[in-house]
Design a binder for this molecule. Structure first.
Ligand code: C2E
Ligand code: CA
Ligand code: CA
Length: 232
């Protein structure tokens, strides 16, 4: 799914969203299989493959004018973070693909860092030393967002789409979204809004200074081939 700079709607990156093309059942969404892969441990085989494929794909974009600046953002599950060798897997993918580390972003949910913030902080620190950026996904849903930002070094937060959904109807959601944006900016990190489904939502986010956005209105998830066509 393309990610745009809110200020001028310029394409700045792409988030990798996994799909399972099942021979009989058709396209199975990640909401169905990621949790199973997580519980069974299969995610430890799947995760590195996704990272590798993402880096190779992003490296290929370099041949397209403008494509050389795009980042690729990869979701990493709690178990992958805790497996301990994430930074090695990341380093190997970067080395093999030749993708500059600054163009790889890792997305972690708040639940991945809850509980053992010390461990999470040291793991993220390793990633940072590689030069990779880390974003906190589904931000605002975990209740203790602020305390995490204090302990866990992240480069940005992704405002959960449940806030964005009611931005124009619910004054509380508008207030919270604006608060997240100014808080994030005051500690020098980037804010991304997910689930931008209407022009109205986009305009409000732009006006409030949200840095980046993604969603059905800006651009829906694409296949790799469609993504190539978007860049060309
Ligand atoms: P997420 O990281 O929060 O990803 C955003 C989800 O919102 C995606 O669902 C995307 O298709 C959907 N979306 C995008 N724009 C809009 C919009 O405007 N409105 C609405 N209502 N939804 C929108 P998807 O692709 O079904 O992925 C669901 C979740 O599965 C992701 O949530 C992520 O947590 C997980 N996931 C996806 N790919 C991977 C992966 O490679 N590894 C891991 N560990 N998790 C993944
Ligand atoms: Ca995500
Ligand atoms: Ca999210």
């Amino acid at each position: 799914q393309p990610v745009y700079r809110t200020r001028d709607r310029r394409l700045v990156g792409v988030e990798v969203l996994l799909r399972w093309q099942h021979p009989h059942l058709g396209a199975i969404p990640p909401s169905v299989f990621i949790q199973v892969a997580e519980q069974s441990g299969l995610i430890e085989q799947l995760g590195p493959k996704v990272l590798r494929a993402a880096c190779l794909e992003a490296r290929r974009w370099e041949s397209v004018p403008g494509g050389e600046h795009l980042f690729v953002s990869v979701n990493v599950s709690p178990r992958q973070l805790r497996s301990g060798d994430l930074s090695d897997v990341v380093a190997a993918s970067l080395l093999e693909s030749g993708l500059p580390a600054s163009r790889l972003h890792i997305e972690l949910t708040e639940t991945a860092v809850i509980g053992d913030e010390m461990l999470a902080a040291s793991l993220l620190d390793k990633l940072h030393r590689n030069g990779v950026k880390v974003w906190l996904d589904d931000f605002g849903t975990g209740f203790s967002g602020l305390s995490h930002l204090r302990q866990v070094p992240v480069d940005g937060v992704k405002i959960d789409r449940s806030f964005v959904a009611d931005l124009l109807r619910d004054p509380d959601d508008l207030a919270l979204t604006s608060a997240i944006i100014s808080m994030a900016h005051s500690i020098g990190i980037t804010v991304v809004a997910e689930g931008v489904e209407t022009e109205g939502q986009y305009e409000v986010l732009r006006e409030r200074g949200c840095d980046l956005g993604q969603g059905y209105w800006l651009g829906p998830p694409l296949t790799a081939a469609e993504c190539d066509a978007l860049l060309a």
